[in-house]
Design a binder for this molecule. Structure first.
Ligand code: MD3
Ligand code: FE
Length: 223
């Protein structure tokens, strides 16, 4: 029934939405992992944008730490600690999602090395932006758990129209690659009354994005 109502859909070329990709056990596993990540060396924090405004989402990173607008191994804008390693099991999950969205060849080649994990309280939002701090054009895999949101998918040229609004619900995965990798996108709102308490989240939303930075520790680029 659910699959019939919300089938796999291409939002735009290279942007593939997999509704309900994570079952209850998969969602719970990620919520439990989130508790461990936020109890780690770098707490969930609101990154401060160059204009001085803190973002409304709270972020914790794995593998590489993102701060506006670069990746480092240590969270110099928070407490200077090195972030937790990117776990192998999360890369495995990303490859399985990529196999479902694209194909087995794309999945076999996918080697994400960082996860940005964002917590949205019910009034948090994310303005329209591009993700272009990575030095590769490898796809981004997005996993959503908890409250549903309106996800706004724009175009690679401008912050404004045309755009498409899509509801992302608990357990949904989206792959953004190919022609969609550098499109503007944002989260204008979280939908009231859509929490996923069964997964362990009585309120709010977690979004996990897996990425390949293309960076190496010696300051060079991986390719
Ligand atoms: C499209 N997060 O963390 S995930 C972000 O739902 C971010 O919390 C949103 O935008 C969220 O940067 C959207 C979907 C997403 C992530 C990366 C993308 C869409 C993307 C990169 C390129 C194009
Ligand atoms: Fe983004």
């Amino acid at each position: 029934m659910t699959l019939f109502e919300r089938p796999k859909a291409e939002i735009a070329p290279g942007a593939v939405h997999l509704p309900g990709r994570l079952d209850l056990a998969g969602r719970r596993r990620l919520v439990e992992a989130y508790a461990q990540w936020t109890a780690g060396p770098v707490p969930a924090h609101a990154a401060v944008l160059p204009g001085g405004h803190p973002m409304s989402v709270r972020m914790v990173c794995l593998g590489w730490h993102w701060s506006p607008y670069r990746y480092t191994r240590t969270a110099d804008d928070v407490n200077g600690a090195r972030v937790l390693d990117f776990p192998d099991w999360l890369g495995d999950l990303g490859r399985r999602v990529l196999a479902d969205a694209y194909d087995e060849d794309a999945a076999a080649a996918y080697r994400p090395d960082t996860a940005l994990v964002n917590w949205y309280h019910p009034s948090a939002r994310m303005g329209m932006h591009q993700d272009k701090d990575e030095v590769t054009d490898a796809p981004v895999v997005s996993l959503s758990i908890g409250a549903s949101c309106v996800f706004r998918f724009g175009n690679p040229g401008t912050r404004g129209k045309p755009y498409t609004d899509v509801t992302l619900a608990s357990g949904d995965a989206v792959v953004f690659g190919r022609e969609s990798r550098f499109a503007y996108h944002g989260v204008p709102r979280i939908l009231p009354g859509t929490a996923d308490p069964d997964a362990g989240l009585p309120a709010g939303r977690i979004n996990i994005t897996l990425r390949s930075t293309g960076l190496t520790d010696n300051g060079g680029h991986a390719d």
